[in-house]
Write a protein that binds this ligand. Sequence first.
Ligand code: C5P
Length: 235
Amino acid sequence: SRTAAVIPAAGRGVRLGPGAPKALRALNGTPMLIHAVRALAASRAVSLVVVVAPPEGAAEVKSLLDADVLPERTDFLVVPGGQSRQESVKLGLVALPPGYDIVLVHDAARPLVPVDTVDAVIEAVRAGAPAVVPALPLADTVKEVEPAETPGAPEPVVATPARARLRAVQTPQGFDREVLLRAHETVTDNVTDDASMVEQLGEQVVVVPGHEEAFKVTRPLDLVLAEAVLARRRL
Ligand code: C5P
């Protein structure tokens, strides 16, 4: 079985503050996206990486990847992204050549995912799960609220789900290619991850252990944490 990775990297990164598209911002001098591509290409099972780039940055992404040293077994493609993460992933999927039966979807915004996490996801798909997500238990208790109409106004709590049953999910999420394609062709609701689209098809989604270092770089403090993790790795 052959595995391809689709990396949505077309987001603006508004929560990170003003500047270049998030995936092109540097961590220790290297664009976040390049870290993410290297992290996926580190898995011996991954033979193709499809980067879904900001439409205005596709040429820049292509030349960054041309200049980077990826393992010889790894090919890459760059395609322009869309208005939402969901649309960007679909554009990546549609661009996948035949011959890949397992597809990983990985956020460019999770540049430091360890290769062991990538391999564990692929292994679980190979073992027969149509959809696999890495996930961690929560440190915080989570409350469901009735969102306030005025930002900042107090919001009534609706429910408190039992924390022990909750998981925070990460990427790469791994899929049987046909199942993921069917999910993207069928589900039109706005969703925040790919696995939830597969859940809506009624297919089983399973969770494997995630990793702290697979956190998503979203806010300015996450950049500080990411650079600290990179510095520690170089020791
Ligand atoms: O916005 P969020 O943090 O959920 O984005 C997750 C990933 O999806 C990021 O890597 C981002 O670049 C990507 N994305 C995309 N196209 C969009 C919006 C987000 O590829 N239109």
